[in-house]
Design a protein around this ligand. Structure first.
Ligand code: DIG
Ligand code: MN
Ligand code: MN
Length: 396
C-alpha cells in the first residue's frame, strides 16, 4: 500500500510546485512488450493516484479506458469515477488533461477518425464525446488527440488526402461539441511518425501546425509534442517545440526520452540524451511555458513498483536539476559574452531588413559588404558548447 503525499501537490509550506503530471498508463504500465508479457501486477487508478502523490506529482491524466473499462456498465462507471474523485480529493492531485483511447480496441485497427469505414469513424466520435464528458467531469481543460492508428501499412486502400479530410472533419465536429457543452477545452494534437502503424498520418508536430490552420476553429487547437516521437525519426525535438512556441500553439508537452532510430522507448525524462533535455528545459524556461509538464513515459521492464517510483521521482528530479543548470547557464558571464559575440547585432541593418520599403531595397542593394572579412571571422561555438557541457556535467 502506498502512502498518500501529506503535503499534496502544493508541496511543503504551500509553495507552488511545477505542474508535474503522469498518465494513469505511465506508472500503471505493467511491462508488456511485443516480445514478452506483463512483469508487474495491475494496480488500480486509486492506487496509482496515491503512488503519484507519494512521489510528488501535481496531477494525473488519463485515457477514458485507463479509468473506465470499455465495457463497464453505467453503474460500474459511476463507482469507479466516485472512487477516483475521492482519491483525488484525499491527495490533492488534479486532472489537467484527458484523452481517448482510439488505438487499443480492434475496432480501430485501420484507424479511428481516418478509418475507411463510416461506422468506425462515427463510433470514434461517439467514444471521444463520452471521453470528453468524463474528462470535463474530472476538471480537465486540455484534451489530447494522439492518432496512434491513423495511418496505413500500404496506401493501396485509402487515399492519404481522405485521411487528412476525415481527421479535420472530426476535430471540427469535436470543437463544436466542446463549445456546445462549455467545456472550454484546448485541444492538443500529438504527432508520432510511425508505430503502431507502419506510417502514421500527420507524422510530426510541424505537420500538425500546418493542419491546425485549415480547421474551422484553429484558435482552440494547439499541439502536444512528445520528446520520443520526433527523436525516433531522427529529428530535432527542441526545434519542433520552438516552432510550436513561436506559433503560440504549445498547449501541452509530453516529456520522456529516446534513443534515435529505435522503437518508442518512452524512457525516464533525461535518461538518454541529457544535452537535448537541457536545451528543451532551457527553451521552456526562457519562453515562460507554464503548462503541465507531463511525463508520458514508463519504467524499464526490469522494475517492480519500488522501481516504478524511482522512475517517476527520476523524471521530476531530472527536470528540476536541469532547471537549475539552465539558471547557471543564463547567469554565466563568460557564456553570455560568447553568445553576444556569436550574435553581433546592428539595429540599423535589422531595421532595414525587417521592414520592406523602396528605401530599404535601395540601401540594401547598394550596400558594400566585406564578404571575405565576415567569412573569415571565427565563431566560438567550440568554447561555448564546452562551457554548456561543463554546466550540464556539474563542473561549472
Ligand atoms: C503516446 O505517446 C500517446 C498516448 O500515450 C496518449 O494518447 C498520448 C497522451 O499524452 N500520448
Ligand atoms: Mn511515446
Ligand atoms: Mn504521448
Amino acid at each position: 500500500m502506498v502512502k498518500a503525499n501529506p503535503s499534496g501537490p502544493s508541496g511543503a509550506a504551500g509553495k507552488a510546485r511545477e505542474k508535474f503530471t503522469f498518465g494513469l498508463w505511465t506508472v500503471g504500465n505493467i511491462g508488456r512488450d511485443p516480445f514478452g508479457g506483463p512483469v508487474r501486477e495491475v494496480i488500480s487508478p486509486v492506487e496509482i493516484v496515491k503512488l503519484l502523490a507519494e512521489v510528488g506529482a501535481y496531477g494525473v491524466n488519463m485515457h477514458d479506458n485507463d479509468l473506465v473499462p470499455i465495457d463497464a456498465s453505467p453503474a460500474k462507471q459511476k463507482q469507479i469515477v466516485d472512487d477516483f474523485k475521492k482519491a483525488l480529493s484525499d491527495t490533492g492531485l488534479v486532472v489537467p488533461m484527458a484523452t481517448t483511447n482510439l488505438f487499443s480496441d480492434p475496432v480501430f485497427k485501420d484507424g479511428a477518425f481516418t478509418s475507411g469505414d463510416s461506422q468506425v469513424r462515427a463510433y470514434a466520435l461517439q467514444k471521444t464525446m463520452r471521453a470528453m464528458d468524463l474528462g470535463a467531469e474530472l476538471g480537465a481543460k486540455i484534451y489530447v488527440f494522439w492518432g496512434g492508428r491513423e495511418g496505413a501499412e500500404t496506401d493501396a486502400g485509402k487515399d492519404p488526402v481522405d485521411g487528412i479530410k476525415r481527421f479535420r472533419e472530426a476535430i471540427n465536429f469535436l470543437c463544436q461539441y466542446s463549445m456546445q457543452n462549455n467545456y472550454n477545452y484546448r485541444f492538443a494534437l500529438e504527432a508520432k511518425p510511425n508505430e503502431p502503424r507502419g506510417h502514421i498520418y500527420l507524422a510530426t508536430t510541424g505537420n500538425y501546425l500546418a493542419f491546425i490552420e485549415t480547421l474551422d476553429y484553429p484558435e482552440m487547437v494547439g499541439v502536444n509534442p512528445e520528446v520520443a516521437h520526433e527523436t525516433m525519426a531522427g529529428l530535432n525535438f527542441v526545434h519542433h517545440v520552438a516552432q510550436a512556441i513561436e506559433a503560440g500553439k504549445l498547449f501541452h508537452i509530453d516529456l520522456n526520452d529516446q534513443e534515435s532510430g529505435r522503437y518508442d522507448q518512452d524512457y525516464r525524462f533525461g535518461a538518454a540524451n541529457i544535452k537535448q533535455a537541457f536545451y528543451l528545459v532551457k527553451l521552456l524556461v526562457d519562453h515562460g511555458y507554464d503548462g503541465p509538464l507531463h511525463f508520458d513515459a514508463h519504467a524499464y521492464r526490469t522494475e517492480d513498483y519500488e522501481g516504478v517510483k524511482d522512475f517517476a521521482r527520476g523524471c521530476i528530479r531530472n527536470y528540476q536539476l536541469l532547471k537549475k543548470k539552465v539558471a547557471r547557464f543564463n547567469k554565466d558571464a563568460e557564456i553570455q559574452q560568447l553568445i553576444k559575440r556569436i550574435n553581433p547585432a546592428d539595429e540599423k541593418l535589422d531595421a532595414l531588413a525587417g521592414n520592406f520599403s523602396e528605401n530599404a531595397v535601395r540601401q540594401l542593394k547598394s550596400m558594400k559588404f566585406d564578404r571575405k572579412a565576415i567569412g573569415a571571422r571565427g565563431i566560438p561555438y567550440e568554447r561555448l558548447d564546452q562551457l554548456a557541457m561543463e554546466i550540464i556535467m556539474g563542473e561549472r
